[in-house]
Design a binder for this molecule. Structure first.
Ligand code: NAD
Length: 501
């Protein structure tokens, strides 16, 4: 029996009334387990209205009091980590330890947001002119919106709403319709933590809901994480309607393997970064750029048996290292890319197609794939596959490898594996990429730093969480004050610098 999900508006569960539903799958069995209501424009406006009504009181709540809610929320996340991870895996398909890890990374953002009284402190300059002081403050922007992808249904919402709410904003979350349950559970936990009703709402839906969020004048800021095509649309539409927008998008993350790299460490790193979560991570390594023929040969020779022995299984299998692909449609898309790679002449050294798991014949499984001798003209190199497919591109030297990284249209993450400090330092400085790892394959910044890419991996000016998140969710105001006891200057008709006073 399929279960019908709901929205979460003004502190309570609300049944969908648009008559439209999306299917939520268990990707391991291929069965539809739930139906998610797809909100109409009217239902979406209801969520915005709840957030707008809750805004004045929440914005006026002292930051230390807002932090108390987040401290309680932190405890509730810790208490419910296993439950959240299980729920996440059942809809997404990733292994439970991987799901638990992602909940913990989201929790770290909550912990960062608990320090909001300190983070909101302004600057003060005494005596900018005689008897004149200047100070700054950061104020909430208003109703904020989060539109999130399927691949991190707990962590990505937690990159957004804890910081936004800590800053005094109210929030409407539109989770991925593929795995919406974690978003709903997080909102219920925030209520349990003492957040007033209306401060965090969840509206489930597709384009109709998103378009309403992007155009409603009550919405002030939009955070998006997802594919580049949709992210670009979100950025353009949101900006056109006068909103502040940050849209974090697709990726093609290159890992440069230098001839002097520690190969044991490099192979372990490449395995986890390319095949963890079935490659459905925006920071997954999808291209290994090996420098020199011998490095390439050794890399491929040592990766091959490791990929062939990957343990692929359902999330209920504690031994599984990699779960299924999220939907049949994504599975088909990835198979299409593999066929294109073969047709273009890349060498498919490990072919994960055709994998069958007993009892899970209808699941969306795909084994790890490895392409060698990929070239920069091929679609499997240029486009984001978002699956367990690693491309090896052979570079003749370090400069050739750097050129590839810098010329790719995406700029989310990259890594260099080397023992050479000079090469690592040069690469960190020259890479036109938002997040760089040195012998770290997935350089996702910790919560008190900020996450984001360059080029077509991010539209907008702000990264997420850390101080960039605080800046995005606040407006800066600067006050210049003079008091009657200051020196009288008489009427002034020309601009004067502080030094003239
Ligand atoms: P997606 O772009 O299909 O969906 C993201 C969100 O946009 C969802 O909430 C979805 O409902 C909504 N959406 C989809 N189509 C829409 C349309 N036509 N109009 C308006 N809204 C629409 O992305 P996805 O498949 O859920 O997630 C995978 C993508 O997300 C990958 O490209 C991945 O690289 C990217 N991603 C990026 C980051 C990052 O930080 N840069 C992190 C995670 C995922």
């Amino acid at each position: 029996m399929t279960q019908d999900l709901h929205h979460f508006i003004d502190g309570k569960k609300v049944k969908g009334n648009s008559g439209h539903f999306g299917d939520v799958y268990n990707p391991a069995t291929g069965e539809v387990t739930k139906r998610v209501p797809l909100a109409s424009a009217d239902e979406t406006r209801g969520a915005i209205a709840a957030a707008a009504a809750a805004l004045p009181a929440w914005a006026a709540t002292p930051p230390a009091k807002r932090a108390q809610v987040l401290f309680k929320f932190r405890d509730l996340i810790i208490k419910n980590t296993d439950k959240l991870a299980e729920l996440l895996s059942s809809e997404h398909g990733k292994t439970v330890p991987d799901a638990r890890g992602s909940v913990t990374r989201g929790l770290e953002v909550v912990e960062f947001a608990c320090g909001i009284p300190h983070l909101l402190k302004g600057e003060f300059s005494e005596g900018v002119a005689t008897g004149v002081d200047t100070y700054s403050m950061r104020q909430p922007v208003g109703v904020c919106v989060g539109i999130t992808p399927f691949n991190f249904p707990a962590m990505v919402p937690m990159w957004m709403f804890p910081v936004a709410i800590a800053c005094g904003n109210t929030f409407v979350l539109k989770p991925s319709e593929k795995d919406p349950s974690c978003g709903l559970m997080l909102a219920e936990l925030m209520m349990e933590a003492g957040l007033p009703k209306g401060c965090l709402n969840v509206v489930n839906g597709d384009k109709a809901a998103v378009d309403t969020l992007l155009t409603d004048p009550r919405v002030q800021a939009v955070s998006f994480v997802g594919s580049t095509k949709i992210g670009h649309y979100i950025y353009e539409t949101g900006c056109k309607h006068g909103k502040r927008v940050q849209a974090l998008c697709g990726a093609k993350n290159h890992m440069i393997v230098m001839p002097d790299a520690d190969m044991n460490q490099t192979i372990d790193a490449a395995m986890g970064a390319a095949y963890g979560s079935a490659g459905e991570r925006c920071m997954a390594i999808s291209v290994a750029v090996t420098v020199g023929e011998e490095t390439g040969d050794e890399f491929v020779r040592r990766m091959t048996p490791r990929i062939q022995s990957l343990k692929v299984g359902p999330y209920t299998d504690a031994q599984a290292e990699m779960g299924p692909i999220v939907t049949k449609e994504s599975h088909q898309r990835i198979l299409g890319y593999i066929a294109e790679g073969v047709a273009a002449g890349a060498e498919l050294v490990v072919d994960g197609r055709g994998i069958k798991l007993q009892g899970y014949e209808k699941g969306f499984f795909l084994g790890g794939c490895l392409f060698d001798r990929v070239t920069t003209e091929m679609s499997i190199y240029k486009e984001e596959i978002f699956g367990p497919v690693l491309n090896v591109v052979r570079a003749k030297d370090y400069e050739h490898a750097v050129k590839m990284v810098n010329e790719h249209e995406y700029g989310n993450g990259t890594a260099i594996f080397t023992r050479d400090g000079d090469a690592a330092r040069d690469f960190a400085s020259r890479a036109r990429i938002g997040m760089v790892g040195v012998n770290v394959p997935i350089p996702v910044p910790v919560a008190y730093h900020s996450f984001g890419g360059w080029k077509r991996s991010l539209f907008g000016d702000h990264f997420m969480h850390g101080m960039e998140g605080v800046r995005f969710y606040t407006r800066l105001k600067t006050i210049t004050a003079r008091w009657p006891s200051g020196i009288r200057t008489g009427a002034q008709f020309h601009f004067r610098s502080g030094a003239e006073h």
